[in-house]
Design a protein around this ligand. Structure first.
Ligand code: ADP
Ligand code: NA
Length: 321
C-alpha cells in the first residue's frame, strides 16, 4: 500500500490486511509500504516519512508479523528502482499507455500534473513483484491489469535473456471484500476520498467511527436485507459486519429481521469498536517508540535486500551489465 494518508481506512483492512495476515502461515510472504510509488503525488517530505512509518505500524497492528513475514519500506531496498529501470526498457510505450489506472489518473489530473512516474508506475510494481520470485500476488480487481503486465514482462525477459523470473499468478480477492463509502455507497471507500464523512479510519477514536456508522446512508425500505442494486448502503454495512465477525450475511439478516436500521447500525458500531479499538491501541503503542519501529523495519529491509539482490545480480549478468 502507498503511504498516502495518516491512517488506513477499513476497506484497506478488510480488503487487504485481513487477507494478507491469513497468507502468512502458508507462504513466505513479503509486504511493503510503497513510498517510491507515493512520489507520483505531491508530498511534504516530513509528512511522507511520517505516513510511511504510520502505515507500517498499522500493518503490524493489524496482524502482519515482522518476525513471520518480511515487512519493509520499498525505498529501503535499492533493487526496486534499479530493476524498474531495466524493465522499463522492455516495456512498450503503447503497452504502458493502455493501463486503465494511468488513463484514469492522467485524465483526472490533466496533462500538466501528470508525471512520467505515474506512467511507469506499473513497471515499478512489476519490479516489486519479480524481485522476490513471487508465485502469487494477492490483489484487488483494480490491480489485475498491472499483474498481467508483470507476467508479460517476466515472460518477455525470460524468453529474450534466459529465465530470471518466476511468472506470478494474481489471486483476486472476492467482490464481497470490497467496502464502499458510507455516505456514497456506490463509490469505493478510499483513503484519498475527497470528503472523509463516509470513511472509517483505522486510527480514529472508535466513538467517532460509531457516529459515522449511525449516520451512514441507507434507504426508506426499512428491512436489513442484502441487495447491492437497490440497497447499496445497507448491503455495504452488511458486508462490513460479515467480514469483521466471520458471519454469513443471511444469518445477520435473520438476526435483524423485523428490527430497524437504528438497531442494526448500533450492532455494527459495537462490532467496529470491538475490532478496531485494540488495533488502534497497538498501532499507537508502536508509534510511541519510533526508534524501535525503525529498527524492525531496517532488519526486515535487510532480509528483503538479500532476496532482491540475488535476482538483480542475475538480471544484470544476463543483460550484460
Ligand atoms: P486507497 O483507495 O484507500 O488509497 P489503495 O488503492 O492504496 O487504497 O489500496 C490499498 C489496498 O487496499 C489494496 O489491496 C486495495 O485492493 C485495498 N482496498 C482499498 N480500498 C478498498 C475498499 N474500499 N474495499 C476493499 N479493499 C480495498
Ligand atoms: Na490510493
Amino acid at each position: 500500500m502507498q503511504p498516502s494518508a495518516d491512517s488506513l481506512q477499513i476497506g484497506n483492512y478488510i480488503g487487504a490486511l485481513m487477507q494478507w495476515r491469513n497468507l502468512q502461515d502458508a507462504y513466505d510472504a513479503f509486504f511493503s509500504v510503497v513510498d517510491l510509488h507515493a512520489l507520483t503525488q505531491p508530498n511534504d517530505p516530513a509528512e511522507l516519512r511520517e505516513k510511511t512509518r504510520r502505515t507500517a505500524a498499522q500493518y503490524i497492528a493489524a496482524g502482519i508479523e515482522p518476525s513471520r513475514s518480511t515487512l519493509y519500506v520499498q525505498s529501503h531496498v535499492r533493487a526496486h528502482a534499479e530493476l524498474a529501470w531495466v524493465l522499463s526498457t522492455i516495456t512498450g510505450f503503447g503497452e504502458a499507455g493502455r493501463m486503465t489506472q494511468f488513463k484514469d489518473k492522467s485524465q483526472r489530473y490533466g496533462a500538466d500534473n501528470t508525471n512520467v512516474g505515474l506512467f511507469t508506475y506499473p513497471v515499478l510494481m512489476a519490479a516489486d513483484i519479480l524481485l522476490y520470485q513471487a508465485d502469487i500476488v494477492p490483489v484487488g480487481d483494480d490491480q489485475k491489469q498491472h499483474v498481467e503486465l508483470t507476467r508479460d514482462l517476466a515472460e518477455r525477459f525470460n524468453a529474450r535473456y534466459g529465465t530470471a523470473f518466476t511468472v506470478p499468478t494474481p489471486v483476486i480477492q472476492k467482490e464481497t471484500a470490497r467496502i464502499y463509502d458510507l455516505q456514497n455507497p456506490t463509490a469505493k471507500m478510499s483513503k484519498s476520498a475527497e470528503s472523509d464523512a463516509g470513511v472509517l479510519w483505522l486510527l480514529d477514536d472508535p466513538a467517532k467511527s460509531a457516529k459515522k456508522i449511525m449516520r451512514a446512508v441507507t434507504d426508506s425500505d426499512g428491512s436489513v436485507r442484502f441487495d447491492r442494486e437497490n440497497k447499496p448502503g445497507v448491503s455495504n454495512l452488511l458486508v462490513i459486519y460479515a467480514a469483521l465477525t466471520g458471519t454469513q450475511i443471511p444469518a445477520i439478516e435473520d438476526e435483524y429481521a423485523g428490527r430497524g436500521y437504528g438497531d442494526f447500525k448500533k450492532g455494527l458500531a459495537e462490532v467496529v469498536v470491538e475490532e478496531f479499538g485494540p488495533v488502534r491501541q497497538r498501532a499507537l503503542d508502536l508509534l510511541a517508540d519510533p526508534a524501535e519501529l525503525d529498527r524492525v523495519l531496517a532488519a526486515n529491509a535487510a532480509r528483503a535486500d538479500e532476496v532482491a539482490d540475488r535476482t538483480l545480480a542475475d538480471v544484470y549478468d544476463k543483460i550484460g551489465l
